[in-house]
Design a protein around this ligand. Sequence first.
Ligand SMILES: Cc1ncc(COP(=O)(O)O)c(C=O)c1O
Length: 319
Amino acid sequence: MLINDLKAHTAEVMQGVESALKRVLTRGWYVLGPEIERFERNFAAYLGVPACTSVANGTDALELALRATGVATGDVVATVANAGMYATTAVLAVGATPRFMDVALETAVVTLEEVGQAIESGAKAVVVTHLYGLAVPDIERIGSLCREARVVLVEDCAQAHGAMVGDKRVGSFGDIGCFSFYPTKNLGALGDGGAVVADDTSFTEKVRRLRQYGWVSKYTVSLAGAPSAGGPEYVAHLFVVRTAHRDSLRTHLGTCDIGSDVHYPVPDHRQPVFGDRFADVTLPNTERLANEVLTLPCYPEMSAEDVDRVVEAMNAWRP
Ligand SMILES: Cc1ncc(COP(=O)(O)O)c(C=O)c1O
């Protein structure tokens, strides 16, 4: 059994996909255009935000969000180190320096306290990641804290489309929200895709220019710098368990023909690319999670028998 099955997703929606493809091919408009505009309107309405801007992928969404909110070379941006390097990559791409925050062991997401410390230490912006499908429980208070401190709050919602805290969906708490539609995401495209959502029209306008060569209108660039190349709070993007005996569990699941994966094995501050640059950074929970998390199969088309098989295999395992 795989941890996700994209062929099963497609089979469920094949008819709709075929008619949409036919519509697009008949029209012959493949980049942006009316289909995308309709999606942007619908997705913004679903999230309860005024505007959505589609971009090439979730990593571009993060980078353009940072650029649009004024993060630039030399700034410090706080982010987590247990979410696959995407936000860190975007921070480095705009010439800023990442400052890593630790996460709560129970939820694997950042806390109000960690964000508070990052702000006190001088972060110009904070990127919070709603990980594995879980909305950051403190997100409302993190939003207020960032507003009071005039620190930019970017939400990375790539793994949590639709997750809610109270009556609001992720992406609507910060200054700017970023989504990925990579095929394995809860809302996945047939290829790459991403989006940025924002309340502030000036952020939306900037992202719209940046996503297309800096144009304010066709072939006209007026930017100062050219753009460089469970409950409602959990939407089960990934089903992640923790164990101090991960290798043993993976081997056992493998013998039961059940797939598993690790999201993510190397925390950002320990990535080889950084050498000793973050040698003095210690994030005990992040480091422990990197050694203990294990992702089990989880996707909407899993049959009840598939689920039972995973549960039985888990119950039969002895470390
Ligand atoms: C938390 C998170 N942020 C950002 C991304 C980047 O998205 P993309 O692969 O569309 O660039 C991903 C997914 O791959 C992700 O899981």
